[in-house]
Design a protein around this ligand. Structure first.
Ligand code: ADP
Length: 168
């Protein structure tokens, strides 16, 4: 049985397509994500990481939010389900964001700078939780990050450069 979870082939994306101010963001992007494989998506701000993650997410419209309770338990926030975001710390909010991502699509985790606004210690904790859940559940994950230390913890690095995706 194939362990391919998500395959993107020949992806092109422009904003304002056809207009004089059209912005070409992605050209002939190809990538295959495998079960249990964690990939860093690396590129400067504005290069198209979010765009690529959104396109990848649309290909796998997922089961709804009914796993949310279980997922909150998994990250230790089951008792906080009724709390508003403002009643949670930054690290707790990111754990909830992780649950939302997993509820959306159990087979794949697409995360856009999941620890970008956290201090280093909290960032490492949340990131390690992501890795632990991904490895325990056999998820495939594509995680955009600016942080080379976090990228180095993943299985491989995919670098978006000159609108194209290169594997390192
Ligand atoms: P990254 O996540 O790598 O920072 P983005 O995917 O957010 O990059 O954006 C890539 C480029 O596309 C940027 O120049 C951004 O300004 C532009 N862009 C993103 N979303 C839109 C949109 N809805 N309309 C027009 N331009 C957009």
């Amino acid at each position: 049985m194939s362990d391919v979870v998500l395959e993107l082939r020949g992806i092109h994306k422009s904003y304002n397509h056809g207009a004089p101010n059209a912005l070409r963001v992605l050209e002939d992007v190809n990538v295959t994500l495998h079960k249990g494989q964690i990939s860093a998506l690396v590129a400067p701000s504005g290069a198209g990481k979010s765009t690529l993650l959104h396109i990848a997410g649309l290909l796998d419209s997922a089961a709804a939010k009914k796993r949310a309770g279980d997922l909150l338990d998994m990250v230790g926030l089951g008792a906080r389900a009724d709390h508003r975001p403002s009643q949670l710390s930054g690290g707790e909010q990111q754990r909830v964001a992780l649950c939302r991502a997993l509820a959306n699509n159990p087979s794949t985790l697409l995360a856009d700078e999941p620890t970008g606004n956290l201090d280093e210690a909290t960032s490492n904790q949340v990131f390690d939780l992501i890795l632990e859940i991904a490895r325990e559940t056999g998820l495939c994950a594509l995680i955009a990050t600016h942080n080379p230390n976090l990228a180095a913890k993943m299985d491989r690095t995919l670098r978006l450069q000159g609108r194209r995706l290169h594997q390192e």
